[in-house]
Design a protein around this ligand. Structure first.
Ligand SMILES: Nc1ncnc2c1ncn2[C@@H]1O[C@H](COP(=O)(O)OP(=O)(O)OP(=O)(O)O)[C@@H](O)[C@H]1O
Ligand SMILES: [Mg+2]
Length: 323
């Protein structure tokens, strides 16, 4: 499934064919979709693809990572607030619902929402209206909701951790992505795809291919992509990727101090080839990661070093899902 800027869903296995068909069939409808799958299986990529095949493609695709935002902030992140709603509310803050108006809101890791946030989300869905803090009338929003989880939400409902009524609202169309180890035929084409995207001048040897196909891939496609990146950095041009090299590179990721710096430079170099906006975002991401690492993950120290307010730094960290 190719889309203009090259963000394609690779995989010839029957399950991926079925998934592609389901995406095409459901993208046009306003139905909510719950995407389930282990970490790194492509949940966000699929959510984005659904949006891009939908009539909402010309409007924003907004992601909120429910697992990364502290409980106390999630409601203001989702619904926003008005100036003066509380002491620190020095200006209006648009929530994700408003930001996604006419577009798609992707609730990533929705299973991590608190009970109180679940209740508010349910109300917003039912009434198609949100109430930013300090705004009593509420405002109408037109948002299609896609959600994802790597947990078993039905089990969370049974255990009382997730509202059943919300679960049924979100799970109108269930979309399950199987782990990579259950569709091993997809591994070599995916790996070759990543090598070619990275313009890596290396060749997969037959025993390398056999090794990749038999490995368990606990981190799924994300782990496979990371391996391709490591091949680019560590294997000289024209090199052959046999089992031995690949095994070493796979194990190496566990060792601290592998070439983060090289990866960073590589990312920045790749950014030079992108459009202005994408390049700017790639730089911003690398910059924030670097500064956060340098300041031991402290938001206040990083903010003051970067000349940002903690609030705006937090918003950026959340945007790029940097912890
Ligand atoms: N079928 C696919 N074809 C090509 N690339 C893919 C495919 N599935 C996933 N990817 C790539 O793998 C990486 C991980 O995908 P994504 O972030 O969508 O996974 P996720 O399920 O949201 O992971 P997590 O649970 O860790 O958030 C991304 O770089 C994505 O572009
Ligand atoms: Mg994700």
């Amino acid at each position: 499934m190719m889309i203009e800027d090259g963000e394609d869903i690779i995989g010839e296995s029957q399950v991926m064919e079925d998934l592609r068909r389901l995406i095409k069939e459901t993208a046009a409808s306003p139905a909510r979709i719950l995407i389930t799958g282990e970490s790194g299986t492509g949940k966000e990529l699929i959510a984005h693809t659904i949006h891009r095949f939908s009539p909402r493609a010309g409007f924003p695709f907004v992601v909120i990572n429910c697992a990364a935002i502290p409980d106390t902030l999630i409601e203001s992140e989702l619904f926003g607030y008005r100036k003066g709603a509380f002491t620190d509310a020095v200006s209006d803050h648009r929530g994700k619902f408003e930001a996604a108006n006419h577009g798609t809101l992707f609730l990533d890791e929705v299973g991590d929402l608190s009970k109180s946030a679940q209740a508010k989300l349910l109300r917003a869905i039912q009434e198609k209206k949100i109430e930013p803090l300090g705004c009593e009338e509420g405002i109408s929003v037109d948002v299609r909701i896609l959600a994802s989880t790597n947990k078993n939400l039905a089990a969370a409902c049974a255990a009382g951790r997730f509202r059943e009524d919300l679960f049924y609202r979100l799970n109108v169309i269930p979309m399950g992505i199987p782990p990579l180890r259950e569709r091993r035929g997809d591994i070599p084409p995916l790996f070759r795809h990543f090598l070619s995207v990275l313009k890596a001048d290396v060749d997969l040897a037959p025993d390398g291919e056999a090794f990749l196909s038999s490995y368990k891939w606990p981190g799924n496609i994300r782990e496979l992509r990371n391996l391709a990146e490591r091949c680019l950095v560590q294997v000289p041009p024209g090199g052959k990727l046999g089992e031995k090299v690949l095994r070493t590179l796979l194990l190496e990721k566990a060792v601290p101090g592998i070439p983060e710096e090289k990866k960073r430079i590589l990312d920045l170099r790749n950014a030079l080839e992108k459009g202005y906006n994408e390049a700017k975002e790639l730089f911003e991401q690398q910059y924030l990661r670097y500064q956060m690492e340098k300041h031991g993950g402290s938001v206040s120290k990083t903010a003051s070093a970067a000349g940002l307010t903690p609030v705006s730094l937090r918003a950026k960290l959340e945007k790029y899902q940097i912890q």
